[in-house]
Design a protein around this ligand. Sequence first.
Ligand SMILES: O=C(O)[C@H](O)[C@@H](O)[C@H](O)[C@H](O)COP(=O)(O)O
Length: 257
Amino acid sequence: MPHTVVPPTLYSFPNSPALADALATFILKAQKEAIEKKGKFTVALSGGTVPNTLTALIHKHGIKWDKWQIFYVDERVVPLDDPDSNHHLASQTLYKHIHIPAKNIHTIDTTLLDDLEELSDAYEKELIHEFAQKDSARFPIFDLVLLGVGPDGHTASLFPGHELLSEEDRWVAYIEDSPKPPPRRITFTYPVLNHAARVVFVVTGDAKADVLPRILDTPQEGLPAARVRPVTPGQLVWFVDDAASAKVAYAKSEFRL
Ligand SMILES: O=C(O)[C@H](O)[C@@H](O)[C@H](O)[C@H](O)COP(=O)(O)O
């Protein structure tokens, strides 16, 4: 099958609990398919509001946390117990309530906080270790990548106009001048995001209402989130609430699995 860019599917829900419940159903199905195929479920998690929307998974029957391998789409270069750390956020909102082996959660190496290049190289090696053992894939194929969007259209730590938007080789890159604090971060690059089996954006609230049409209706504008374009057989799905999608013309689909 020739590789073509997949069009996004847009689901919009009246409120956050309805969104979180549908997302949990979607994730459960993705988990089942991945585990049946290869015995594990590889997930890349963002910071911001994403971890909070995953709390509906905590009581969901059938989630096999011990089969999850969790990486971070982007991470702020701070100690793991710092309130700014995405790992800290995920620990407080999610890990604290579930049983998941510590070795299944792939954090940055905090002995390298002073050297961004070494730190991003080390995280890239962590990915290579997980993904490049059995095949010689040029890029990792995550089962699920969970992304947020900023009001400026950024996603991961890929910001409008930044040189990292054209990175084509590296899996993990670093940024020292993030416009969203804190400034020092590492981030997955587009090749990693776009090779995933499923990329899911989670966006809520009216603060995102102006940027969503610029991403979904006029993607040619090229905002960072609009450049996430998985190729077949990947999937690109947006889970948003009605406040965030209020100004979007792009067709909404009815959620059913
Ligand atoms: O570390 C980060 O800052 C996040 O990973 C970032 O990419 C986030 O997902 C967006 O900024 C959206 O954040 P909100 O969901 O809080 O709006």
